[in-house]
Design a binder for this molecule. Structure first.
Ligand code: SDX
Length: 428
């Protein structure tokens, strides 16, 4: 590396590529001219060494287990902030004043209702449809109801669409749950907090008052903070790629929901609790750890490992603390938590996991809390999508307002047949 550039020798010719530095984290080699100059592509399936964009939203140091949102650590935000305040921070870049936070919360609160015809949309699903399937469908359908906020060139329409998405996700999620249990939909209550309103729409019934339990409201709000954004993960990259074509924000977020559903990504929280239940008792843990290490066995420890974190996921640390608080507040003694703690202890002392730097991630403990609050496992990834919507929306806005933004269009290493002539059917 010479000065702020690297030299590449290709086909006997030297080429210099600039090295760009961010405010913190790895430098990047700007290879935008590589193909034009060398006729070659880079090759990086899974993007393990590729920076897809410039962003000022979230910084992760995987080796140190650091997660910052607009410079504030996840530890401090989860301890002192609220999901509404973190949402404002992600969208606007700074922590809000008291008046700004009140105004933002007021705006979001008044976007929580859904167009009444969307309620009939649910009735087309089977009652046992996975709530994530419903989320993909209903969120994608929002663009059929909110045409007045789909012009992405208009900053005001982008702002309204952003607020609508953040505000309506809890309502859509709660309705997906209500539909699955055959209970009536609950309308939002503007007197409640963002998270308290979601709890009431989910667990309340029209037949009686619903009392929001402060400890549960605070724990769930913290869980939303822990899931708000996470740099260029698979679903965020999906939202950015969809948005790069000019697709409307509702369609982009629906694409992100679809990607998040995968068990290697957001679907891991549902898979992790199902795995812990399958293990059942601590004496079964060694067998499952051996299975996770067996190359011939597709089984993996769900909620373990991460593309970026090669140290403890800082969100898992906060999540484990929150499990203890919620179980104590609800006076729940969940034996699955003991299995999770012992599984973590054994895995973190196993050479395989140590060598591969596999630690618990955000999905390992979350399911225990959500289950204690009363959510079925099928709702876990829905809650992840609810919270991640603010990150997706912030990343989408950042991409759309970048003057250098262009459609994402990766290339490939082609390994198929070279050109050949068609063979008539009679000759085959
Ligand atoms: C999320 O990207 C993000 O930021 C995502 C996320 C977010 O907030 O958006 O943090 C949310 O998706 C968290 C991750 C949730 N997924 C899981 O918990 C599923 C289980 N974990 C894995 O499938 C895996 O760890 C990934 C998908 C999370 C990461 O996979 P990578 O980076 O592609 O790593 P890899 O699959 O190449 O694994 C490296 C090695 C492999 O062994 P070798 O081929 O080198 O011999 O580690 C092994 C893997 O077999 N390995 C595991 C393992 N995870 C990786 N072995 C056992 N159990 C595991 N969980």
């Amino acid at each position: 590396m010479v000065g702020n550039q690297v030299k590449l020798n290709a086909n006997g010719q030297d080429f210099d590529y600039p090295v760009l530095s961010g405010s913190v984290g790895p430098d990047v080699i700007d290879i935008r001219k590589l193909y034009a100059q060398t006729g070659m592509f880079t090759f990086d399936p899974g993007f393990t060494s590729t920076a897809s964009c410039e962003s000022a939203l979230t910084y992760i140091d995987g080796d140190e287990g650091v997660l910052l949102h607009r410079g504030y650590s996840i530890e401090q935000l989860s301890e002192h902030s609220s999901f509404m305040e973190v949402s404002y921070l992600m969208l606007n870049g700074e922590l809000p004043s008291k008046a700004e936070l009140s105004d933002f919360s007021h705006t979001i609160t008044r976007h929580t209702m859904l167009h009444e015809q969307l309620a009939t949309f649910y009735r087309g699903f089977r009652r046992d449809a996975h709530p994530m399937a419903i989320m993909c469908g209903v969120v994608g359908a929002l663009s059929a109801f909110y045409h007045d906020s789909t012009d992405i060139a208009d900053p005001m329409q982008r702002k309204i669409a952003s607020h609508r998405l953040i505000a309506k996700m809890p309502t859509i999620a709660a309705m997906a749950y209500k539909y699955s249990v055959g209970q009536p939909f609950m309308y939002p209550d503007n007197n409640l907090s963002y998270t308290g309103n979601f709890l009431r729409m989910t667990f309340g019934v029209p037949a009686e008052e619903y009392e929001v339990v402060p400890a549960v409201e605070q724990a769930l709000d913290r869980i939303f903070i822990l899931h708000a954004d996470h740099e260029q993960n698979a679903s965020t990259s999906t939202v950015r790629l969809a948005g790069s074509s000019g697709a409307n924000p509702f369609a982009c977020i629906a694409a992100g929901i679809a990607c998040l559903w995968g068990p290697a990504h957001g679907g891991a929280n549902e898979a992790a609790l199902n795995m812990l239940k399958e293990i059942g008792t601590p004496d079964k843990i060694p067998h499952y750890i051996e299975r996770a290490k067996d190359k011939n066995d597709p089984f993996r420890l769900m909620g373990f490992g991460h593309r970026v974190y090669k140290n403890y996921d800082p969100r898992a640390t906060v999540m484990q603390k929150t499990v203890r608080e919620v179980l104590a507040a609800l006076k729940v003694n969940d034996p699955i938590f003991d299995v999770a703690l012992q599984l973590e202890e054994m895995a973190l002392n196993d050479p395989y996991f140590i060598e591969k730097k596999l630690f618990p991630n955000v999905d390992f403990y979350s399911g225990i809390i959500l289950s204690a609050i009363g959510f079925p496992t099928t709702m876990f990834t829905v809650l992840f999508a609810l919270a991640r919507t603010v990150g997706w929306v912030a990343q989408w806005n950042e991409m759309i307002s970048d003057p250098g933004q262009k459609i994402g269009r990766p290339r490939q290493l082609y390994t198929g047949p070279t050109q050949r002539d068609y063979v008539p059917l009679s000759s085959r």
